[in-house]
Design a protein around this ligand. Sequence first.
Ligand SMILES: Nc1ncnc2c1ncn2[C@@H]1O[C@H](COP(=O)(O)OP(=O)(O)O)[C@@H](O)[C@H]1O
Ligand SMILES: [Mg+2]
Length: 250
Amino acid sequence: MEIQRISEADCLASITQSLIKKKEGFRHTWIAYTGWGKSVANSILCEYVSQLGSLTIVVDQKNKDCIYPGTQIVQARQMSEAKGTQVIIRGPASTKKASDIVYFDDLAADVWTIGQSTDTPVCLMPDELTDAATNNQEWKAPLLERVNSKGKIERYRDPWMDKLYRLGRTLGISVAACTQLVQEVPRSALAMCETLGIFRQESRELAYLTRLGYLDKSLASIVGKLEVGEFLFVKRGEGARVCKFSYDGT
Ligand SMILES: Nc1ncnc2c1ncn2[C@@H]1O[C@H](COP(=O)(O)OP(=O)(O)O)[C@@H](O)[C@H]1O
Ligand SMILES: [Mg+2]
């Protein structure tokens, strides 16, 4: 099958279309095994979104050297003190302390508050989205209790990440995430993405993405042969195209 290509500029404009056209948030996920280019791509997207006037909040708590643009802060709970419009939360990547692992439910609540209280669009950019999830495809969030209509106590969770994904758009909140563990990402988060960037994947993940309807047999075979930095750009209602952002290693 002859696959079309899309330029970096057209791809970035397509990912952020709702932000450009309607000032509404967008949702995008990069899927790649480690070392295939998702952080590079997301950092280029970060710069682009920032130039469109969004506050960018990156969570990169794993990489020793951070390639995202912006001012680094150590802990998520210091976010309110962060200066500038490009914020990077480093957590254990900087402090090496497990107690600094970002609790995404709290962070997502803070992002909601920022989105609600300012006209400036906000983009949350987790470098690993499954840090926000259990290995059961659910968001990590506290277990709450309520009394149901039959007078019984009921336990439930009400994750802020879910609210960001479902309802954040109109508050100008975008989410652009990376993951190397696509099968652990909550299915609804993938389903709510207008766009995906899928780097080289092997048969297990290809079968999963095909089952979810993002790929067909011939696209899966293309994704199985991509080079480092190349990704299949998938947008609902449009034909998939291959893209590669330019990166000179700096
Ligand atoms: N678009 C690209 N063009 C050229 N090389 C790339 C590109 N994207 C990634 N690479 C190479 O792959 C390496 C790993 O990329 P990175 O984004 O850190 O991977 P990941 O986040 O998926 O682990 C980079 O250090 C770079 O050498
Ligand atoms: Mg990375």
